[in-house]
Write a protein that binds this ligand. Sequence first.
Ligand SMILES: Nc1ncnc2c1ncn2[C@@H]1O[C@H](COP(=O)(O)OP(=O)(O)O)[C@@H](O)[C@H]1O
Ligand SMILES: CC(C)(COP(=O)(O)O)[C@@H](O)C(=O)NCCC(=O)O
Ligand SMILES: [K+]
Length: 243
Amino acid sequence: MNLLIDMGNTRLKWGITTGGQIITGQSLLNTRINRHELIELWKGIRPPRRLAVSCVSANRLLELVQSVAFELWLDVDVILVKPQAQAFGVINAYQQPEKLGVDRWLSLVAVWQQFHQPACIVDCGTAITVDLIDADGRHQGGLISPGLTLMKKSLGQGTEALPVSEASYAFGLANFTEAAIYNGTLTAAIGLIEHVLAKHPENTQLILTGGDAELIAGQLGVASIVDPDVVLRGLLCVLEGHA
Ligand SMILES: Nc1ncnc2c1ncn2[C@@H]1O[C@H](COP(=O)(O)OP(=O)(O)O)[C@@H](O)[C@H]1O
Ligand SMILES: CC(C)(COP(=O)(O)O)[C@@H](O)C(=O)NCCC(=O)O
Ligand SMILES: [K+]
């Protein structure tokens, strides 16, 4: 058995793998990560042979995860995955390939392995990232924008009068502030994705992942697949390539 861990800027997502299948566990908010919580999360699982980690979050959290892993499973093999210039059939478009977020790299790897066709991968997490890959596995580059919560928080922080609300409202033009912010930020995300897709081939497969994927997919004017486990599947590709 192996353990896969995807550490984003908001949440830690994880799953165990047996025979090429991923069984996901309950995600954990970064604000709740501590030694006790991690031990509670993993003390009941069978000791993994290998642990593959993707981390774009704080080093402090990564070190804590590694330390808990060695405490629970003395001789576990920890693989800290890094973005590469070219691997698993994917060619990284970045001028400095090591600077591409490893979560973005792993999404490209997973989507390429699954579809082998042009694809647009949108991670609707803390940030919204958009990455394009062509029919030959060449990453075309990508975009980074604030995620929905970050957009709302920045309005709250950068203005005198705007409140920060976590509530949901009907989609469309609004006639009060909270709904106007909710819909303005959601429309920004939708516009970003639809704009990118309009400029790419019609057969481009659109895949959404991340905490806001369902919400954003629900308002998109184009067909999409929501897959919460893309980064974990990228980690699995790396482990399988590693075996
Ligand atoms: N219960 C929740 N707690 C925190 N964020 C949530 C929750 N439900 C949805 N979200 C949204 O999901 C986003 C984070 O997505 P996630 O995939 O966890 O991000 P990351 O990969 O950056 O850790 C938040 O910015 C927020 O808009
Ligand atoms: C863009 C990101 C912050 C997204 O992280 P997330 O929203 O998934 O937590 C992360 O992929 C990252 O730190 N990237 C490095 C810079 C880059 O990809 O260009
Ligand atoms: K992510």
